[in-house]
Design a protein around this ligand. Structure first.
Ligand SMILES: [Zn+2]
Length: 172
């Protein structure tokens, strides 16, 4: 903070003339960038809607191409009749999908959760770091809640090998 005397001196000085045009240019750039962001935001919304539609169509298609048992007439299933077992694990998201492909696509695009492979690789790195008392590796995407716990449950052999390698058990 400037002291009062310095403040008065500073304010009484005439600003150099170039400053005004510089500020104006910056303001114009800023406004242009803001407009660009607005447009990108609109595009993103559009893409998001298209993605929802494509996911719906894909799920429905996957069900329809399955061989039908002795049915002579093909009945078109409505979206409500499609079995949906793949629930989005993120909080405050109630999306449920008919295939894990659709769910993984949703996680990657809507939650920046990375691909299934990326998430599993990261889980391994995190567990490795915990076993070695190292800090958690940095990552650029959002792991779903409880992902590490779920990974442990579904990859018990991997955990068992880690415990053998480091000769200790770990409670995470
Ligand atoms: Zn979700």
């Amino acid at each position: 903070m400037l002291r009062q005397k310095e403040q008065i001196e500073f304010l009484s000085k005439k600003p150099p003339t170039c400053i005004k045009s510089t500020i104006e240019t910056l303001m114009m750039n800023f406004q242009q960038i803001s407009r660009n962001i607005d447009h990108l935001d609109q595009d993103l919304n559009q893409l998001s809607k298209r993605l929802d539609y494509l996911e719906e169509s894909m799920t429905e298609h996957c069900i329809l191409i399955q061989p039908q048992k002795q049915e002579t007439k093909k009945k078109r299933r409505t979206a409500n009749l499609i079995k949906r077992d793949f629930q989005c694990p993120y909080e405050k998201c109630d999306k449920i999908y008919g295939t894990d492909i659709s769910l993984n696509l949703h996680i990657r695009l809507k939650h920046n959760g990375g691909s299934k492979i990326e998430r599993e690789e990261l889980a391994k790195k995190i567990l490795d770091a915990k076993f070695q008392d190292e800090i958690e590796p940095e990552h650029s995407f959002n792991l779903p809640p409880n992902f590490i716990e779920d990974f442990q449950i579904h990859h018990q052999e991997y955990i068992h090998n880690l415990e053998k390698t480091y000769n200790k058990r770990i409670l995470l």
